[in-house]
Design a binder for this molecule. Structure first.
Ligand code: 5IU
Length: 273
């Protein structure tokens, strides 16, 4: 079963270059930690990434919240990704018709496809959202995650919506490499144990010290997410950079190290090593 395979074994199952690179990075750095850097100043953004860089496999960005954005942010981010050996995931959550998402992905101020190894989309428009994005991303070797579940209270992405998302992914395996979800999706709609599919499951809503925030976010621990729910990558934001936008570098470094260690321990326990 996928749950018992190592990340490097799974890297061999994947033909999509972004998925393969992510799995290889996870194994090389012994880190299934993705840091989500939701801050509004480019200096804070780059400083936090430089601190957490050694402990992560992936950085998750929302570049549209950076107030003083210019393209040097991207150049610096790319340099940091080489310096610290991590992949980049712009959490853009595309959700429009194919023609529009292709333009949003390739063009505008951010030119996301030119630098983000992985991005994501809501399945709400149906398969055309994938067709639009893959027209831009596939030739560049990019990968897409579908949002089949969310971490928030009252999320509508449940039941048949989640199942349809899995069907959409199965029809586009060369580009759709996995899901943003709270548990494994491989077994949805197939008999128990019958699936040998290998979708990557990246999971936000991870925190060890608090249960949620005042705006509907809900947190689970790395152990619950990786060991009990079989997810592959933990996505942690405020649990790592805290309230002060990472003003205390040593505290940020300590938290990154702590989440990396917890995520990896849960994985080792899962594969039984
Ligand atoms: N995010 C979630 N939950 C979801 C999805 C995305 O939290 O279901 I889809 C994003 C939002 C934020 C990050 O960028 O993941 C989590 O940040 P905190 O760890 O600070 O809550």
């Amino acid at each position: 079963s996928i749950l018992k395979q190592t990340y490097s074994q799974r890297a061999e199952n994947h033909r999509n270059p972004a998925a393969k690179a992510l799995l290889e990075t996870i194994e090389r750095k012994r880190s299934n930690l993705c840091v989500s850097v939701d801050v509004t100043k480019k200096a804070d953004f780059l400083r936090i990434i430089d601190i957490v860089g050694p402990y992560i496999c992936l950085v998750k960005t929302h570049v549209d919240i950076i107030e003083d954005f210019d393209f040097s942010v991207i150049e610096n981010l790319k340099d940091l990704s080489v310096k610290h050996d991590f992949q980049i995931f712009e959490d853009r959550k595309f959700a429009d018709i194919g023609n529009t998402v292709a333009l949003q992905y390739a063009s505008g101020v951010y030119k996301i496809a030119s630098w983000s190894h992985i991005t994501n989309a809501h399945p709400v428009p149906g398969p055309s959202v994938i067709t639009g994005l893959l027209s831009v991303g596939l030739p560049l070797g990019r990968g897409l995650l579908l949002l089949s579940e969310m971490s928030t209270k009252g999320s509508l992405a449940t039941g048949s919506y989640t199942e349809e998302a899995v069907r959409m992914a199965r029809s586009n395996r060369d580009f759709v490499v996995g899901f943003i979800a709270q548990r494994r999706m491989d077994n949805i709609g197939v008999a128990e144990g019958a699936s040998d599919e290998d979708f990557l499951i990246l999971t936000p809503g991870v925190g060890m010290d608090v249960k949620g925030d005042s705006m509907g976010q809900q947190y689970r621990t790395p152990r619950e997410v990786v060991l009990e729910s079989g997810c592959d990558v933990i996505i942690v934001g405020r649990g790592i950079y805290g309230k002060g936008n990472g003003a205390n570098p040593e505290a940020v470094r300590e938290q990154a190290e702590r989440y990396r260690a917890e995520g990896w321990k849960a994985y080792e326990e899962r594969i039984g090593s």
